[in-house]
Design a protein. Structure first.
Length: 122
């Protein structure tokens, strides 16, 4: 397991693709926030595709930042595709549904192309 996080981001119109590795810290989470806020300002509603490779979760600071961000943007996310291969990744998709109005769907890493199609679909 990696002890530090690695976060890669790509923006495709109103879709933010985030690839997570390791354990997410408050500093890592703060790297993602400006892009999401900028996209929300531009489009009103955005879509997220989050892939998790060797992702170990969040430290307490990052988890708190995410909770605050989700409360602030409850209605600004249309779709969230969560892509991973751990059982808890799948459970995370179910757990986050009450905290957003977004349509949330889980895909395995082998279904990455389907996740791209789904998050981009109408």
């Amino acid at each position: 397991m990696r002890s530090t996080a690695h976060v890669d981001e790509l923006v495709h119109g109103n879709i933010l693709e985030v690839d997570l590795h390791g354990k997410l810290s408050r500093r890592d989470f703060e790297q993602i926030v400006p892009d999401t806020d900028r996209l929300i300002s531009r489009y009103g509603k955005i879509r997220l595709l989050v892939t998790m490779h060797d992702f170990d979760g969040w430290d307490a600071g990052a988890l708190w930042e995410e909770i605050k961000w989700e409360a602030r943007h409850f209605n600004h996310i249309e779709r969230i595709a969560l892509v991973g291969d751990e059982q808890w990744h799948k459970a995370m998709a179910k757990l986050c549904k009450p905290f957003t109005t977004a349509d949330v769907h889980y895909f395995t890493l082998h279904e990455l192309n389907a996740a791209y199609s789904w998050v981009d679909g109408e």
